[in-house]
Structure formats: C-alpha cells, structure tokens
Design a protein around this ligand. Sequence first.
Ligand code: NAD
Length: 356
Amino acid sequence: MKKNITVLKGDGIGPEIVNEAIKVLDKVSEKFGHEFVYTDVLIGGCSIDANGVPITDEGIEKCKSSDSVLLGAVGGPKWDSVDPSIRPEKALLRVRKELGLFANLRPTRLFPQLADASPLKASIVENGIDLLIVRELTGGIYFGKRSTAEVDGELVATDEMLYSYHEIERIGRVAFETAMKRNKRIASVDKANVLDSSRLWRKVMHKLSEEYPEVAYTDVLVDNTAMQLIKNPGQFDVIVTENMFGDILSDEASMLTGSIGMMPSASLSDGTLGMYEPIHGSAPDIAGMDVANPLGTILSAAMMLRYSFDMPKEADAIENAVNEVLNAGYRTGDIMKEGMKKVGCKEMGDAVAAVI
Ligand code: NAD
C-alpha cells in the first residue's frame, strides 16, 4: 500500500525524534511491502523564522491532502516573545481545526520493565497500566464565548462551556469503537451532578451504550476519576471525556508511566486522516544532544498505522519491537537505571528498527 505522510518535525528535539520514527516506518514498509512517501512542512518556530508565520497556508493544504500527519514538537525560548498571534502553538491549533481533529487518543501504558520509573508504589502498578483516554478536542469551554466586564464595580469573567448532541455523539462513537478493539470497558467521565453540559453528555453516552451491548459502561464523576487514577489505575480500559476534563486527566495519567518521553498520542477526524505526535514538548534543554527518548514518537507512528492506515499487524510489530528493546535493557537517559544499557536517541531508533 502507498501512503503519503506529511512530516512536521518542528523545533528543539522534534527533528531528532521524528527521524527515528521515520527510520522505524521505513523498516516496516520494507518488511510488509508498503511505500511511505514523506513530505516535510515547516511548523512552529522554524516556520516563523523562515516564513514569518508558524505554518503557511500551503503547509496546511499539504497536511489536508495527505493520508496522515506525523508531528514532532514546536516552540522554544527563542520564540517566547513573538507576537501572540503567531506563537508556535498557534500552528497546532490551526492544524487541529482545519483538519477537523476532534478526537484525541492518549494511551497510558506502563511497560512492566519501567515499573520503577512510576511515582506510584509497586503494589499499585505491578499488574501494569494500560488505559486509553479519549478526549473531545474541538468543543467545550476552550472554544466557548469568553468575556471580562465590570459588574457592580468589580471585574467579572465568564467562560461558556457548550456541547451539542452531535459533538458528544461523534466522540462517544470513537470511544465505543475503540473499546471494541480493546478490552470492551468504558468509563465516561463527567460532572453531571452539577453541569448541564455533563447531563447532556451522560444522556448521549447512555443512548450510545445501547448500541454496544458488549461494552461494559460506567459513569464516573471527574473528581472521583482523578482519585481513582492514582488509587487503582489498572481498573480503567477506555476513558471518554470532554475537552477540559480530558486535558487535566491525561496529564495526570501520563505521569503514572514515569517518563513523558514514552507517551504517544493521536488526534483523529471523521475520516481516516489523523495527526500523530508524542505528548511532550520540544525539550529545548536537551535539543541537538542526541539524548531524547524517541519511543513516544515511534509509538505515535504505530498509532498512525493502526488508526489511519488500518495496518494492525504493522502497528503490533512496532509495539512489540519497543517491548523487546526495553526487555533487552536499552534505556535513554530519562528512563535509565543501574545495570541497563544507556543509549542515545539514534541508537534507540536503530535498536527498534533492528528488531523489526
Ligand atoms: P517539554 O515536554 O518540552 O519538556 C519537559 C521536560 O521533559 C524537559 O526536562 C525535557 O528535557 C523532558 N523531555 C521532554 N521530552 C523528552 C524526551 N522525548 N526524552 C527525554 N526527555 C524529554 O515541556 P516544556 O519544557 O514545558 O516546553 C518546552 C517547549 O515545548 C515550550 O516552548 C512549549 O511551549 C513547547 N511545547 C510544545 C508541545 C507540542 O509541540 N505539542 C507540547 C508541550 C510543550
């Protein structure tokens, strides 16, 4: 199969980690007989330097016309003081909006080999953690009307949290379909004891759950979820939630695995087009040193194969190779412990590619 991939390497460690993911994708194409064609597009600070904007209109068109987008990370101190309208992160919001990426999938998986890296006690994580947060990405309070005005002599600020039936239904469907491919359990997270938007959320989710009788469904309040993620993260399979709750819970969950460098993510549209990226930033403190952990990006490439290209065997090959490389003791600095083999970014990519 031939697939066109737009590659947004970005800033800081972005180019280093994306190069390793491409190395691994090339091995997959060789082994399984596919052709992956890559087109580089500047994004973030490097695009501001070259073009005066964090992504050009042509860059957006390239993303839209490709089969999928692979992103490194954007930003860095050099661009912290640019005009807010052209900040590097603006490009990410624009790509998400223009590509209609409404579903953010963040797997949180603690590889048992890295259990020591988790801040939780061994007794809590010994059975592993393997959960997936499905976060609504283009609605809710981050996209509602906001205002600040003086009322009765003091400043009052308002942020509107709006969800329509169809926005909830489409993210719910992604979650149920994903749960069907996993362990068939969903926790839908809301604050239905207080918020109207959550009561509508719950109503739509209950209706959807009737269509998926094989999926075990539960409602969990967001405050309880925050607690349960620490107390017993192994109880979760798929968590589906709205934009702001998902933003907060996914960062909480990411810490359970010990290193941000291990965590992949996918942002999906109605069709097969998606954007795949590690959850971390551009790590300017270690950029150019060949020490960044490329596994979050490599695992993001595996998600691209699974979700955009419908290549589950190929995705498994990457995930199994990462597992094997960890078993063999390869560790970048962020996950290093005594007795293991310390490697750099390139060597880690080489090791994963070699296993494939
Ligand atoms: P960061 O995620 O870049 O770094 C936080 C810490 O984690 C740093 O110590 C860094 O060295 C380490 N780290 C991150 N990724 C790593 C990896 N793969 N391997 C080893 N260590 C890793 O967050 P930050 O320092 O707050 O932000 C740096 C820049 O990135 C900022 O300009 C920020 O705006 C931007 N940012 C971009 C994205 C994105 O592109 N999606 C996301 C978050 C932050």
